[in-house]
Design a protein around this ligand. Structure first.
Ligand SMILES: Cc1cc2nc3c(=O)[nH]c(=O)nc-3n(C[C@H](O)[C@H](O)[C@H](O)COP(=O)(O)OP(=O)(O)OC[C@H]3O[C@@H](n4cnc5c(N)ncnc54)[C@H](O)[C@@H]3O)c2cc1C
Length: 203
């Protein structure tokens, strides 16, 4: 691997290449599709503001949560939507779903002001485990993708793993099962087996 070709046609040469483009990671040809196939699971969320205190702590309920910030705002989430392709739009349905559940749990939320409403595609591998590390069959090509619902938390250790592999340092974590791979889809048959892994991220 000597680099990448940009959409403009410009060639960028590099000693190492890391594919870390979330749900789009598998879209760069057949090797990327094989080693970094991702499904984009859309998630929508809201931020609201309230002059009166609505909650002092995180409230978690079926398919949702309300998270107070240190100021007067609250994060409210979220949807988990499959089969959306690469459509990362926020939708009316998502808005209604999130606020309906939030209001059932915390009725006073209806007096809050909407600050932001957004959507993103969570990158999910077929077996719902991250793909992290060197691509076995291509020199100098690495993948860091598939972090699904825990990408913020896994970011520092993912960066450490990739840095160590690129610099030829020992990786002191059990990451064999995260090696970029053609993952077997998670289904009823293999779900119990997969759940024995520490790395599976639940839907
Ligand atoms: C509503 C919602 C709430 C969430 N809450 C949490 C949470 O509380 N805690 C947590 O840990 N995680 C949370 N997540 C999950 C977290 O956002 C993801 O796990 C994380 O963003 C994945 O990081 P990533 O860098 O792999 O992919 P992304 O964040 O998707 O970043 C990939 C980037 O690559 C860019 N890109 C794609 N193709 C190209 C290209 N050809 N060239 C250049 N750039 C490209 C994309 O535009 C994107 O900016 C949440 C997700 C959503 C949607």
């Amino acid at each position: 691997m000597q680099g990448i070709v940009l959409a403009s046609g410009e060639k960028v040469y590099a000693q190492n290449v890391l594919i870390a483009s979330g749900a789009w990671s598998g879209t760069y040809g057949k090797e990327a599709e094989y080693y970094a196939h991702m499904e984009g699971i859309r998630g929508q969320a809201l931020e609201v503001q309230s002059d009166t205190k609505l909650a002092n702590h995180i409230i978690k309920y079926n398919k949702g949560y309300i998270i107070p910030s240190l100021s007067d705002t609250y994060g409210i989430g979220s949807t988990t939507e499959k089969n959306v392709g690469f459509d990362n739009s926020a939708t009316v349905n998502g808005f209604i779903e999130i606020l309906t559940r939030a209001r059932e749990t915390l009725p006073s939320i209806e007096n809050a002001r909407i600050k932001r409403f957004w959507a993103g595609l969570r990158p999910a591998g077929r077996d719902r485990k991250p793909h992290i590390g060197k691509v076995p069959t291509i020199d100098n090509l690495y993948v860091a993708a598939g972090h699904y619902k825990i990408g913020f938390g896994y970011a520092p250790i993912t960066a450490d793993i990739i840095k160590r592999q690129i610099l030829g340092e020992e990786v002191p974590y059990p990451i064999n099962e995260l090696t970029p791979r053609d993952a077997e889809p998670l289904n009823k048959k293999n779900k119990n087996k997969q759940n024995e892994s520490n790395h599976v991220i639940e839907d």
